[in-house]
Design a binder for this molecule. Structure first.
Ligand code: HEC
Length: 486
């Protein structure tokens, strides 16, 4: 039996919307606090720094970005400890004694190829390429800083051993961080070009393509802000006359690759699609990440998945699929970043869908745990908001998507099962720009009565308290769960 586990949440959402008198509906244009780049400080002295400071939204924990876009130094500005780095170096790996021997060819290069070049290539989303020795050497201290602090590659969940493993995790291993660090500290030696590793990124494809739909009008970001959040209603994805289908994967096709930072994909039913179409006759509008997490969006559609560069094709876990109904459309919520493209171009992105040929074993459903009663005091640091969700039935959780806005600092969910607490997901440094869906390597079985304890931590340097809302300057604290019954 497939019980709609989520129904009570939608009611809760609608109810709390009424109670707090707020509208979760509709999209708002990004506010001026999107633009933080000019005022951000860079911690390292490096000749690359100037150019990075121009394009990097928040490169340092030393600056607290004010909503007016200014940055303010804070006394307790020590970078987050890198909890994941194990103190014990692997004896078979490079040790400090032979640190001077870490070279580019065959060592640092291999890591940069496998973990960085998918974005750091000419015409990629990252602001500079890391494809040659010269390019990598030129960014050496910045590379060291970004990997030591686990800012790059962008992967938010902690890889601590007591937290579950996720599919397609792109985080560096401790050894890889060490190798890159030693390469930089040892003077970025070149080594022997004959030892260069050849690397061709593996091409992932859908097993078949049933439908391709896309934005119905192009959009050119204004260029006033480095970031632009925009929503597009696609054509119908499942024919009105057709029957329900299960989505097993999708391939997002960015229009202007250098500009498309990440994408959230929602399924909306035909009547909601019609409403959206009437509200936005050009079928595109300014929106905030999460603007569709509202009453209508959840009851009449829902998040299907997230695309970030590097996840060329998104496959739902083996034997699973997301059910879609006849008449469904999609909404593509695009985050554009212009750091790599000073003169924005018109983008019209598309998406290919793969439906199950025969019914999948497991239909994925989506539910939401959220804390709507947010009250983040003015001038607060490390303010925690907590929410407990008690599992109503036996379910399997396949993945999740955490969500907060820009005052978010940390995000954690713990599972309380049989009196034992364990890590469900731990995000030690929240980054609004790198939100993703995370699928567990192995789905997690929950029994009725198990509790999911959600903790959202915020830094609010402003003079106003901050509450729940769908504008970027408001906040949210929620987790979407992809689950199945049982
Ligand atoms: C999924 C795409 C992606 C991958 C993979 C990636 N980067 Fe980045 N990188 C970016 C983008 C985009 C930026 C611009 C800042 C941002 O959007 O967070 C960036 C910024 C940087 C910066 C500037 C400082 C900063 O943290 O903002 C450095 C240095 C960097 N990346 C190094 C690396 C290294 C080294 C790797 C591999 C170990 C890597 N990146 C992997 C996309 C990526």
């Amino acid at each position: 039996m497939r019980r709609p586990w989520f129904r009570s949440f939608c009611c809760a959402l609608a109810l709390s919307a009424l109670m707090v008198g707020q509208s979760f509906y509709g999209c708002v244009p990004p506010t001026s606090n999107e633009s933080t780049a000019e005022t951000t400080k860079e911690p390292i002295s490096d000749k690359t720094v100037e150019s990075i400071a121009e394009v990097t939204p928040e490169p340092t924990q030393e600056a607290v970005v004010q909503p007016d876009g200014s940055a303010e130094a804070t006394p307790e500005a020590t970078p987050e400890p890198v909890a994941e780095t194990s103190p014990e170096p692997n004896p078979t790996e490079t040790t400090p004694e032979n640190s001077s021997k870490v070279v580019y060819y065959g060592q640092a290069q291999t890591i940069l190829q496998q973990k960085c070049q998918v974005c750091h290539t000419t015409g990629g989303i990252a602001p500079f390429p890391l494809t040659t020795y010269e390019e990598s050497k030129g960014k050496a201290s910045l590379i060291k800083w970004s990997v030591e602090n686990r800012r790059m590659p962008p992967w938010m969940p902690s890889t601590r051993k007591d937290c579950p493993e996720f599919d397609h995790a792109i985080a560096l291993t401790d050894e890889q961080i060490k190798t890159l660090t030693l390469w930089v500290d040892g003077g970025t030696l070149e080594g022997d070009p004959a030892k260069a590793t050849q690397y061709t990124p593996k091409q992932d494809t859908l097993s078949h393509v049933d439908v391709e739909v896309g934005a119905q009008s192009p959009h050119t970001p204004s260029g006033k802000n480095p970031d632009d959040y925009h929503c597009f209603l696609t054509e119908m994805a499942v024919p009105q006359t057709g029957s329900a289908k299960e989505l097993t994967g999708f391939q997002f096709l960015p229009g202007v690759k250098e500009m498309v930072h990440h994408v959230l994909i929602y399924r909306v039913n035909s009547s909601y699609a019609q409403t959206l179409g009437q509200q936005h006759p050009t079928k595109e509008w300014s929106c905030t990440t999460g603007a569709l997490f509202n009453q209508s969006g959840l009851t009449q559609g829902g998040l299907i998945g997230v695309w970030v560069p590097g996840t060329d094709v998104v496959h739902f876990p083996q034997d699973t699929g997301m059910p879609m109904q006849a008449g469904d459309h999609l909404v593509l919520e695009l985050h554009y970043n212009l750091s790599n493209l000073p003169t924005p171009k018109a983008d019209q992105s598309r998406i290919r869908l793969e439906f199950a040929k025969t019914p999948v074993k497991v239909q994925l459903q989506l539910t939401l745990q959220a804390d709507f009663s947010l009250n983040i005091p003015a001038q607060s640091k490390g303010h925690e908001e907590k929410n407990t969700f008690t599992t109503p039935a036996n379910v399997r959780v396949w993945g999740l998507m955490p969500h907060m806005h820009k005052f978010g600092a940390k995000f954690r969910t713990d599972l309380l099962k049989n009196g034992q607490n364990s890590c469900f997901i731990d995000i030690p440094r929240w980054d609004y720009n790198w939100q993703q869906t995370f699928f567990f390597k192995t789905p997690i079985q929950l029994a009725a009565g198990d509790k999911l304890n959600l903790t959202c931590t915020y830094d609010n340097p402003t003079d106003q308290s901050i509450h729940w809302g769908d504008k970027t300057g408001d906040e949210m604290c929620l987790n979407f769960y992809f689950y199945s019954v049982p």
